[in-house]
Design a protein around this ligand. Structure first.
Ligand SMILES: *Cc1c(COP(=O)(O)O)cnc(C)c1O
Length: 496
């Protein structure tokens, strides 16, 4: 069955998967959604006997129907290889009766690697399929995590270049070091004097600069985006929910058809949407529990039906979830609006003009499998400390938000359904907050002292991703003003 991709904001003609990956965003500003959600072709029992790579193929081929078997398998084998430090790619760890799905074993030890290690290959394959001769230039603004994962994914990939802009004084020391030490001739990293919004605005401006696009074209370049709204990032994320269920089934932890709940620490709503897609494909998932930190826009939305971004932005210890506009939610809104692009477009219009929108009761009824929850900073720290003290397992701050939300959910509902928590980052990525949660006495240590101490008390080896930056040479030292971003890009591309 051929799957095409249509925009959430108008009824323009649908495009192929490879075209949707190349474009990122639809011309009308909408997000691409599949014309239909496919059903799994193999049983979960059959899938339980497969490796991660094999499951990835069985799931992704259902979405990327214009890719040949050879193309897709090649992308998968280049992505999920020894860059991951465990052969299972996404192992499950049981702690206190809950299954933690560890999505942080890739090159940059955050779950962004699950999609960003394959996106470059999907993108270059898509370019080839559509006879695009230009080299693809990826422009990314980052608040820390996405930048490094995108750099690692695109480094050394032929016919691509990647340029990452980050706020010079707005990322953690470890995050900055991870980026500025990135090797690969096709990678560029630039600190800007400004905040994340300035970087983001600058990148968006470059994307929509038609003059510049023409100049680029002459030089054989075109821009693309590694942003989380790209369907090429969403589809690979469906895989690990199928894999998690199949694995638990294979281990005899679940009986055939037994339902599970899934808890996802949420920011841009991409990860939990992937779980929703997996449920619709036939994975027996009951509740999808959406966990927020103190920026609890989504919690309020699931409770009231009103999405209201007019509130203060709170800086928390789970920065990758500090977000007030969850872009991928639009795909769910479109669906519960009965795939009515007009209706969805009006709601999105209202969000950008009024700062809020409210869905109808009829739409709200279709959110029945979703539950929203949120955790305060204190609740997040308490969970890290307690889990460590009770069983020695150390989780990062984002995962801890999910664990805290899950505990509150169980206390309230008494629901004893077996549960998978998406574990989205290694604790080594957020060492300072994690160690602070365990004991305030660690506050005085330096960043790398904290790393070694965490390794000792948690009894886990320091991940390669951290080890390799300890003494790594700084390669990228470009810093610019926010109005110089275009000049910098031109210089990198030899366009002066
Ligand atoms: C990006 C990120 C999230 C949020 O995921 P979304 O798909 O944006 O909801 C959660 N935790 C970590 C560690 C992340 O990097």
């Amino acid at each position: 069955m051929e799957i095409l991709y249509k925009s959430t904001r108008s009824d323009s003609a649908p495009v192929s998967a490879s075209q949707a990956i190349l474009k990122g965003l639809a011309d009308d500003g909408g997000l691409f959604v599949p014309t239909q959600l496919p059903k799994l072709e193999l049983s979960l029992e059959e899938l339980s006997k497969m490796t991660y790579q094999e499951v990835a193929y069985e799931v992704m081929k259902l979405f990327l129907t214009d890719f040949t078997e050879e193309e897709l398998k090649s992308c998968i084998s280049k992505a999920y290889d020894s860059k991951f430090d465990v052969s299972e790619i996404a192992p499950l760890v049981e702690a206190e009766g809950v299954y933690y799905l560890e999505l942080f074993h890739g090159a940059t030890i955050a779950f962004k690697d699950m999609a960003l290690s394959i996106l470059p290959h999907l993108l270059t394959t898509s370019a080839k399929k559509n006879r695009i001769q230009n080299d693809i230039v990826i422009l990314t603004a980052t608040s820390g995590d996405t930048g490094k994962a995108a750099l690692a994914g695109f480094a050394g990939v032929e016919h691509t270049k990647i340029i990452v802009f980050y706020p010079k004084n707005g990322v953690s020391p470890i995050q900055e070091k991870q980026m500025v030490t990135q090797v690969g001739d096709n990678t560029h990293v630039v600190g800007i004097h400004g905040n994340f919004d300035d970087a983001q605005t600058g990148v968006k401006r470059l994307f929509s600069d038609q003059e510049f696009a023409k100049e680029m074209e002459k030089k054989g370049y075109q821009f693309s985006s590694a942003n989380s709204i790209n369907i090429g990032r969403l589809v690979p994320q469906v895989v690990y929910y199928v894999y998690a269920y199949a694995t638990l089934l294979g281990q005899g932890k679940l009986s055939d058809g037994e339902k599970i709940n899934v808890v996802v620490p949420t920011g841009n709503f991409g990860n939990i949407l992937a779980a929703f897609y997996a449920k619709n494909m036939g994975v027996p998932i009951d509740k999808l529990i959406c966990a927020s930190n103190e920026n609890k826009v989504l919690f309020d939305f699931f409770r009231t039906g009103t999405y209201d971004r007019k509130r203060d932005f709170i800086l928390t210890s789970s920065p990758s979830m500090d977000i007030l506009i969850s872009s991928n939610l639009e795909r769910l809104i479109y669906r519960i609006a009965g795939e009515d692009a007009d209706k969805n477009a009006k709601l999105m219009q209202s969000l950008s003009n009024e700062g809020e929108y409210t869905i109808t009761d009829e739409m709200k009824e279709q959110l029945e499998s979703f539950r929203g929850g949120y955790a305060s900073e204190q609740e997040t720290f308490d969970v890290i400390k307690k889990l460590y003290e009770d069983c020695g397992y150390v989780i990062d701050t984002h995962t801890a938000v999910a664990a805290a939300v899950y505990q509150k959910y169980v206390a309230k509902t008494g629901d004893t359904t077996k549960t998978v928590i998406a574990s989205t980052a290694s604790p080594f990525k957020f060492t300072r907050s994690v160690m602070h949660a365990i004991d305030g006495k660690y506050d005085a240590l330096s960043d790398f002292e904290l790393v070694d101490e965490l390794s000792r008390i948690g009894n886990v080896a320091v991940p390669g991703a951290i080890e390799e930056i300890r003494d790594a040479k700084v390669i990228h030292d470009t810093v610019c003003e926010k109005d110089e971003m275009k000049d910098v890009v031109k210089r990198f591309l030899g366009m002066e």
